[in-house]
Design a binder for this molecule. Structure first.
Ligand code: SAM
Length: 158
């Protein structure tokens, strides 16, 4: 166990800390750890809210793995958080979306959009915290499929 009774995460090769000399370069891969799972009422892609279908945001539950649960200390009901998650069903081989009749008249770069297909399909959404339990947060504001992997949570003011 490491400082504060936490599991010593640094023992895992997935938690490499680089130096200035070996910082990962463009095109190389870095390792991320899934810290939990997001449970949502959205079972199909078309159930997920987005700016086109304007579906309502429904309450969802963020469930952390036991070793990451202590990281929720400090969250309070009514607070806000930025949630980062991994769009596991998204294509990763697209840098532009092609022109499509009735949608866009020329190709557009994925970095100018919030669309799931992108080299690193990281999604970000600000949520309101409805409930805090041991290793769990109930939140509203997420737009992902049930079972979407959780990468990080950051407290935010708005
Ligand atoms: C337009 S994206 C926006 C994502 C996030 N709010 C952001 O701004 O980074 C939201 C859409 O991604 C799709 N989606 C949801 N969960 C997904 C998953 N696990 N893998 C791939 N696509 C997903 C759904 O169609 C949903 O409406």
């Amino acid at each position: 166990m490491g400082v504060g009774g936490q599991k010593d995460l640094a023992d895992s090769p997935a938690y490499t800390v680089y130096t200035d000399n070996d910082a990962p370069k463009t095109g190389e891969s870095v390792s991320c750890t899934v810290i939990g799972t997001i449970e949502t009422p959205y079972k199909r892609m078309e159930d997920c809210p987005n700016r086109h279908n304007k579906q309502e945001f429904l309450p969802c539950t963020i469930r952390l793995g036991a070793e990451f649960a202590p990281g929720l200390a400090g969250f309070e009901v009514g607070g806000k958080a930025l949630v980062l998650y991994w769009f596991h069903r998204a294509r990763r081989d697209m840098i532009q979306l092609p022109a499509r009749e009735g949608v866009r008249d020329k190709p557009v770069g994925v970095f100018s959009l919030r669309t799931p297909p992108r080299p690193n399909p990281i999604a970000a959404q600000t949520v309101e915290i409805l409930a805090v339990r041991d290793g769990e947060l109930d939140v509203v504001g997420l737009d992902c499929l049930d079972g979407t992997p959780l990468l990080d949570i950051k407290r935010t003011k708005r």
